[in-house]
Design a protein around this ligand. Sequence first.
Ligand code: NDP
Length: 330
Amino acid sequence: HRALHLASRPEGLPKDSDFELRESAPAALADGQIRIAVKFLSIDPAMRVWMTEAKSYWPPVGLGEIMRSAGIGEVVESKNEKFPVGVWVSGMTGVQDQLVSDGKGMQRFDAQRLPHPGWALSVFGATGLTAYFGLIEIGTPKAGEVLVVSAAAGAVGSNVVQIGKALGMRVIGIAGGADKCAFVKDTLGADEVIDYKNEKISDAIKQHCPDGIDVYFDNVGGEILDAVLKRLKLRARIVLCGGISQYNATGETRGPANYLSLISARGKMEGFVVIDYLHRAEEAITAMAPWVQAGKLTSKLDIVEGLPNFAEALRRLYTGKNFGKQLVQI
Ligand code: NDP
C-alpha cells in the first residue's frame, strides 16, 4: 500500500517535498468492507486550498494525513455484496494506490459504457456537475444571451462552453495561448475566443461583447474578473465558481476594483459549491447524456502517470500546462 501524505503546508506553488510517499502492508478486510485498487485520481485546483489551514467547504487536510482526492478504481477484494469484485467505483479515494472502504460514499459506475473510465471524473463526475449546475442554477442562462467563460479550455470551463452553445447562447471563451484558444473555438464551438496571455483582456472583451455580458462563469478571479465587471449588462449574473489566479498567491492579494458596477447593473455575483448538488447528479447526467451522444459535449483528458508525480500533476493546473481534465493514472 503506497500513499502520499501531506508533509508541509506549501508557500506558493506546491512542491514535491510538501508530500511524503509512505509504504505500508495492506490492511485485511472486515465483514462489509471492500478493497479498491485506485486507477485514476482527479486533480483539482481546490487541492491547493485543502493544503492550507484556511476554512473552506471542507476542513483542511491535516499534516501527516493522506492527501484528499476524488478518484476511481476497481473492487479487487470484497466482503460486501453490494460491491462485488470487478465493479468500478468513484468517490473520495485519497492519493493512494488502494484503500479499504465500507462502500459508503462510493458510487458504482459502468466503465464499459464510457469512452474512457476517466469520464466518470470529468463530464460525468464533479467537473461536469460543476459546469452544469453552476451555469443552469446560478447563471440562469437564456438562448441568445452572451456568456463569457474563463479557463475555457479547462475541465469545467470546456464543459460550460459546450453547454452554453447547446443552450443557444453566444459564447466567448478566455484561455491562455494559441493552442488552447484554437481548441475552444474549433473543437468546443465558442463564437469568439480571447487569449489572455497575448491580448489586452479589457480591450478584447470590449471588442467581442460590444453590448455587454449577460452571464460570466468565473473560474479565475483577479484581473479577468475585474475586466468583465466593467462590461455587465443590466441584471447580469456572475457564477463564482473558482479563483485559480489567487490560489498560490503569497502575501496581500488585490481584489477587483470594479465590483461596484454590480450596483448600477442590478447584477448578481453568486458563489456555489458543487457538493450541494451531488444528490441531483442523476438529473445533470440525464440532461447531458444526449449532448454527449450527439457529439455536442466532449471531454478532453490529460493523464500523468504514477503516484509519485502527483505534485507535478497538481502544479500543471496553476501553470496552465494541463490541457483537459487533469488525472493521475496509478
Ligand atoms: P482546469 O482544467 O480549468 O485547470 C486550471 C486552468 O486554469 C489551467 O489550465 C489554466 O488555463 C487556468 N489558469 C491557471 N492559472 C491561471 C491564472 N493565473 N489566470 C488565468 N487562468 C489561469 O481546472 P478545473 O476545471 O478543475 O477547475 C476550474 C475552476 O473551477 C477552478 O477555479 C476550481 O477551483 C473551480 N471549481 C469549483 C468548484 C465549485 O464547486 N465551486 C468545483 C470544481 C472546480 P490557461 O492555460 O487557459 O491559463
